[in-house]
Write a protein that binds this ligand. Sequence first.
Ligand SMILES: [Zn+2]
Ligand SMILES: [Zn+2]
Length: 448
Amino acid sequence: MDNLNADSPHTGHAAPVPEAAPSAAEVAPPAAAEAPPTPPASVDAGGSAPVAQEDAGGDTPRIVRTDEGAEDGLTKCARCGSTEISLNVASGNLRCGFCRFEWTAENALEAFDLNGDIGKLSGIVVGSGSSDIIPSVEEVLTFKCSACGAEVVIDTNNSTQARCHWCRNTLSMNQQVDNGAVPDMILPFTIEKASAVERIAKFVGKRKFFAHPEFRREFNASNVMGVYLPYMVVDINAHGRFTGQGEHQTRSYTVKVGDNDQRRYDADRYSVMREFDIHVNDLTVESSSDRLDQDTSKNSNNIINTIMPFDIENSVRYDSNYLSGFTSERRDSNLDQLTPIAHTQAADVTRHRVNDTLKFYDRGVRWDSEEVDVRGQRWVSAYLPVWLYSYQQKKSGGKTFLHYVAVNGRTGETMGSVPVHQGKLLLVSGIVQLFGTVIGLVLVAVGV
Ligand SMILES: [Zn+2]
Ligand SMILES: [Zn+2]
């Protein structure tokens, strides 16, 4: 047995068991539960690269039309013809404001066949509401009211609806225009405003002691707004192959070197290889450039990530009536900007799953190569529901910092950042260690 440390050469060591002849237990399970395990390929990959995929279809995306049959203008209640339609949050249905008739839009992923087996996904499939934004397309669009003929303006930055100021009918925009205002699907709110207000008040209440006095004075949970935030929902079918070296410790002991004791280890070094299929389902990526800006010196956008996940699979076909009473934010990022983000997240998921299979290598594994070959991907744009309480903190030098408390509009999961009263924070920092929970509370309050 030789003594190995992290830098020791590979040679001269007694009994390395190469992974080339793996036992069944050494085969990495696939990242997705539904995928069958991939048999490990021979370690000598010479020439037989499994990456080529004949039906990958190159880089030309296959577009799935998701606004088929959608009509702009007056969308009327099927029973009484009113255009006074809004979401009934309690039931998750659309409801006519006059006759109370209720109905719901079709499940989007089923309607467009966008939920098929990820393992069979190849090339790029894109919902038509996710297509590239053309900068010349106006954000403010003019519609002709089909009831009275008046011209009605819709500012697609904030809404896809407007009321005709002559006949009071509501005009809806459901057809997709290339400015990112109409997504492929929408996940309606199911958490009511009263419940959101309660959750925000409770969240802030727990942190009030440390909160900035101005924030405490101005705090009013009922100022919460329901916002549909734009996301891309991504499915990824990929194949991964990681190769490297891992060490398993066999003995540790102390030797005398001169007058000093030195700790030594014996370890076996192995060639480690993991090959597997990766199926990533419903990865969500922010598609508003404001939200993608995660500069924690200016904002606390990272908070939104902590109220995930959403039950994406229950999204319905887009209908702008779901938006009445809520605001929305337009998507302004395209696939080529978002693809690296999605692929990085998918690779992170993969690395995490692979780590679960490496417990034997208690002195670690170093990957020499990590190949992740994306064979298929599916992109669908969605509006996801979030209750937001925001607070613009004025800082010295005219700077501001945007704090907010966010409530997931489906699960009620709540997280936020509250401006901290620095003096009070210093005062209590001496005793903070006594209360483990308080530390967590302070970190959240600072927006870390
Ligand atoms: Zn009606
Ligand atoms: Zn009109």
